[in-house]
Design a protein around this ligand. Structure first.
Ligand SMILES: Nc1nc2c(ncn2[C@@H]2O[C@H](COP(=O)(O)OP(=O)(O)OP(=O)(O)O)[C@@H](O)[C@H]2O)c(=O)[nH]1
Ligand SMILES: [Mg+2]
Length: 304
């Protein structure tokens, strides 16, 4: 039984609503979002960020669910950001077979947020980064990000994580070119999930061969799991928690500098747009290339 009282529930609920609101605000992008994010970054970093990526339907959500009790034992509370593929190229057809995560029985210790992969002013990677920074500031010790391993944007999302687990299935060598997708460079651990399917040994050999070609001293570990019945989950968690022994904030300093740069860019753009709308921008008749140089010179002169 949970020892959470109704007063705790009320507190947790309010805090959660405030958190959800802050995340919505930073997701929507723009100067306001950056201001909230900059404020969040004033807190010392404490969160670890763990990414799960891989092709549609590989079992990322199932694995996260299966690992969650271990993660809660270790960290006490876990936030999950699922970058939802429903509006991306491949997601639609697989929706019927997706695991819809239901974490309500974990009470207040789990925060779950699904993020559409499109529709954010600064792009999904920026929205995810800002959300991670807000969750970190709000004291969530572990943030798990789930995303599809199919494109440049997803690679950018995974760049936010301290460590990344790549989830594949037996048969991946035939059906999915992890090398081509840039996944082999991304992963700190590789999970062959659906180990109950044929072709496990073959997939393992293929994967280990391609990982040996990486320019790292020790190739990342390969783990076999059956997420749906828990097989291999304790071993995978052990490996992931060893990998996560990174100083909290190692990545946060990177998230912080990207946020600062984005802030500066947004400010510059806003100033330039204001300048363009002003009489000072009225351009004399010149050739287009000279016109652009002239315009910028006048913009900088005006700001001195
Ligand atoms: N046989 C078998 N099925 C599994 C295993 N793990 C997950 N599944 C099933 O595979 C399907 C997809 O699982 P998800 O966890 O939704 O996969 P996902 O990678 O999160 O999928 P997307 O988020 O849509 O990319 C579901 O029907 C799961 O029940 C496994 O180890 N063995
Ligand atoms: Mg999923």
């Amino acid at each position: 039984m949970s020892d959470v009282t109704s007063a705790d529930w009320a507190d947790g609920f309010t805090a959660r609503r405030a958190l959800a609101k802050s995340i919505s605000a930073v997701e929507s992008g723009g100067p306001e979002a950056l201001a909230i994010e900059q404020r969040a970054l004033q807190q010392p970093a404490a969160a670890h960020v763990l990414g799960f990526t891989g092709p549609p339907g590989a079992g990322k959500s199932s694995l996260i669910s299966a690992l969650l009790p271990h993660a809660l034992d270790h960290y006490g509370a876990v936030a999950i950001l699922a970058v939802d593929p429903s509006s991306s190229l491949t997601g639609g057809a697989l929706l019927g077979d997706r695991v819809r995560m239901d974490y309500r029985h974990f009470d207040q210790k789990v925060f779950f947020r699904s993020m559409a992969s499109r529709g954010y002013q600064g792009g999904i990677a920026a929205a995810t980064r800002a959300s991670v920074n807000v969750l970190d500031a709000a004291g969530w010790p572990l943030v798990i990000i789930e995303t599809l391993g199919i494109g440049q944007v997803e690679l950018e999302v995974m760049d936010l994580a301290d460590r990344v687990a790549v989830v594949l299935n037996p048969g991946w060598g035939d059906s999915f070119q992890a090398n081509k997708a840039g996944l082999t460079e991304q992963g700190d651990a590789f999970v062959l999930n659906k180990a109950d399917r044929p072709g496990l040994e073959n997939a393992k050999i293929l994967l280990e061969q391609s990982l040996q070609c990486l320019p790292t001293a020790t190739p990342p570990g390969v783990f076999s799991t059956i997420a749906t019945d828990g097989e291999g989950i304790p071993e995978l968690w052990q490996a992931l928690s060893n990998l996560m022994q990174v100083p909290a904030g190692e990545q946060q300093s990177r998230r912080r500098s990207v946020a600062i740069m984005e802030g500066a860019k947004a400010q510059l753009l806003q100033d330039f747009e204001e300048f363009l709308a002003s009489p000072a921008a009225a351009s004399p008749e010149t050739a287009p290339s000279e016109g652009a140089v002239d315009l910028l010179q006048r913009f900088y002169r005006q700001r001195d």
